[in-house]
Design a protein around this ligand. Structure first.
Ligand code: IPM
Ligand code: MG
Length: 379
């Protein structure tokens, strides 16, 4: 089969890690007889800086991404563009691509691989206590709503905020707001993605919200109570987000699928990522509306960009998710995951996933290139 993949490498370490993801895809294509065509596109800070565009998300990038079979994204943003107004920042590109493609469900799997146990900040006893077989591992999936809520709700400033810079009286009256608003349809469709995923896993779904305070959260619970009976084999429970943040580090093994809003999912997935050893391990798939966007959950890490230090595994594992979710190439996806495992089994570690306790006799600290090459060799 032939597939056209749009690639937004982006800023910082984005180009390095996506380059390894595309090289791994090429190797998979060669092995299994698929042809992947890559279409490089600009978005983020590099598009702002490019005189031909001068904006974070050029319309032609979105159009090209829509017409491709899937989109691979590295990372966008960096201190260079941090002082730009909100709607001109590189992050707008990410939000515009998500909304423009309509990829409303963001799957962020977080599993602690046995090889990375020593990179996890939790003690063995803590991990074992929450695992159903008493193993120091966990395997959870965060399903984050991605195209609604406070990220896209009405926002603004008032109280004569323009004058606020100059006049002390106006400054005191200035205010700003963002709004969390969800329709039943938006909640229902992401919940169904969560339930479908739970059916293929350990059949447990936790809705994470703040229903003790927020009306929108109470609405999420109502919708969940209507949807849950369609999935009788799945157990549903409900957890406030503050408690969920605590349970994640107290008993991560208790979780299977967590479904939550855009903002809560953003926060909890960073927390979960650290438990897997490093944010450099977490891949993601954003699906919906017939489109798929695949990106590591980490940022552009400008401090380590171009230094052969970035961990390419999250981008490589995102490519595996693309094969699985956009192209239904399960065997090929598993081949990538196995090759990543083999590289870790061989003791290769980028600096971010090195053991925390100095228990690193079996480890070899390598750079981006060595890790990428090892995965390709493993294929
Ligand atoms: C993420 C990132 C983005 C988000 C930023 C870069 C806009 O943190 O994908 O988790 O908040 O969604
Ligand atoms: Mg985030």
């Amino acid at each position: 089969m032939k597939y056209k993949i749009a690639v937004v490498a982006g800023d910082g370490i984005g180009p390095e890690v996506t380059s390894w993801a595309t090289q791994v895809l090429k190797a998979v294509g060669k092995k299994y007889g698929h042809s992947f065509e890559f279409l490089p596109l600009k978005a983020g800070g590099c598009a702002i800086d490019d005189e031909a565009f001068g904006e974070p998300l050029p319309p032609q990038t979105l159009e090209a991404a829509k017409s491709a079979d899937a989109l691979l994204l590295g990372a966008v943003g960096g201190p260079k563009w941090d002082t730009l107004p909100g709607d001109k920042r590189p992050e707008r590109a990410l939000l515009g691509l998500r909304a423009g493609l309509g990829v409303f469900a963001n799957l962020r799997p977080a599993a602690l691989l046995p090889q990375l146990k020593d990179a996890c900040p939790l003690k063995d006893e803590v991990l074992k206590a929450s695992h159903h077989e008493g193993k120091a591992e966990f395997d959870l999936l965060i399903v984050r709503e991605l195209t609604g809520g406070i990220y896209f709700g009405e926002r603004g400033r008032g109280g004569n905020a323009e004058a606020a810079g100059s006049d002390a009286g106006a400054k005191a009256l200035a205010f700003a707001f963002d709004t969390e608003k969800y329709s039943r349809a938006e909640i229902e469709r992401v919940l169904r993605v969560g339930y479908e995923a739970a059916m293929k896993r350990r059949k447990k779904l936790t809705l994470v919200d703040k229903a003790n305070v927020l009306e929108s959260s109470r609405f999420w619970r109502e919708v969940a109570k209507d949807v849950a009976p369609d999935y009788p084999s799945v157990t549903t429970d409900y957890l406030y987000v503050d408690n969920a943040a605590m349970q994640l580090i107290r008993a991560p093994g208790h979780f299977d699928v967590l479904v939550t809003s855009n903002l809560f999912g953003d926060i909890l997935s960073d927390e979960a990522s650290v438990l897997t050893g490093s944010i450099g391990m977490l891949a993601s798939a954003s699906i919906g509306n017939g489109h798929g966007l695949y990106e590591p959950i980490h940022g552009s890490a400008p401090d380590i960009a171009g230094k052969n230090l970035a961990n390419p595994l999250a981008a490589i594992l995102s490519a595996a998710m693309m094969l699985r979710y956009s192209f239904s190439l399960e065997k090929e996806a598993v081949a990538i995951e196995n090759a990543v495992n083999a590289a870790l089994d061989a003791g290769l570690r980028t600096a971010d996933i090195a053991s925390r306790n100095g228990n690193s006799v079996h480890e070899k600290i390598v750079g981006t290139t060595e890790m990428g090459e090892a995965v390709i060799k493993g294929l």
